[in-house]
Design a protein around this ligand. Structure first.
Ligand SMILES: C[S@@+](CC[C@H](N)C(=O)[O-])C[C@H]1O[C@@H](n2cnc3c(N)ncnc32)[C@H](O)[C@@H]1O
Length: 220
């Protein structure tokens, strides 16, 4: 059997495809939850945190935007290529930190707590919520917020979703994502001790286009 490319390699390839932007472009509407630039809510969903952690920060643009508003923010990402890009572009910002790590490994190893933990189409989409949510709950300060966004579930297709990451004629690599309707996310988050859960699909700017699953929850 051919060797299966690992996830880090997959995300490093993705990083190379998405790196073509100037810092000015990158900061333009950098903190958004949806796939439509300038559409939908922004960083206000995090409340007014002093510290924040992004799970799957990619090139680090949202981390940069938060730190420029005074929030001490750590961005972590599985991909070394993403973290190198984030350092090169935003490493000079005094309140920004970047670290290459798998989200689960990082949360298990750290003794820190954050007032906000968030993921924008990031690691929260690619990690089993039954593993991730207890780990995030543990690392939030009381009153701290978890917010994440990604694509809405395809109706009738729920739970773990496998997909070939490099096409059907490319390297044999697959990734997993987790998909649920907002009501199910609410139930899952309650079961893991979160409260004030608000899960919904943010509509796209065009009718009938793909919206954005957006979930907010608080550790009591
Ligand atoms: C679709 S990109 C989104 C990046 C960024 N948040 C953005 O909005 O541009 C998904 C990101 O999640 C990262 N990622 C996926 N699984 C991860 C994991 N288990 N731990 C940490 N990062 C992960 C990938 O490396 C990639 O940078």
């Amino acid at each position: 059997m051919t060797a299966i490319a690992d996830h880090t390699t997959y995300w490093d390839r993705y990083a190379a495809k998405t790196s073509d932007r100037t810092p000015q472009d990158a900061l333009e509407g950098a903190f958004g939850w949806t796939q439509y630039p300038g559409h939908g809510p922004g960083a206000e969903l995090l409340g007014d945190p002093v510290t924040a952690l992004e799970l799957g920060c990619g090139h680090g643009d949202a981390v940069a935007a938060l730190t420029l508003n005074g929030v001490e923010t750590t961005g972590l990402d599985l991909s070394a290529a993403h973290i190198t890009s984030a350092y090169e572009t935003w490493g000079h910002l005094p309140r920004a930190r970047f670290q290459q790590a798998d989200a689960m490994d990082y949360l298990a190893d750290t003794s820190r707590h954050w007032e906000a933990i968030y993921s924008i189409w990031g690691a929260a989409w690619f990690t089993d919520p039954e593993q991730l949510l207890p780990a995030v709950h543990d690392r939030l300060t009381p009153g701290g917020r978890l917010v994440f966004s990604h694509a809405p579930a395809i109706p009738g297709s729920y739970g773990c979703q496998g997909t070939y990451g490099a096409g059907y004629a490319g390297p044999q690599v697959w990734i997993y994502r987790w998909a649920y309707e907002p009501e199910t996310w609410t139930e899952i988050l309650h079961r893991h001790g979160f409260r004030r859960v608000h899960a919904r699909v943010e509509p796209a700017p065009e009718p009938d286009h793909v919206g954005t699953l957006l979930v907010e929850a608080v550790r009591p």
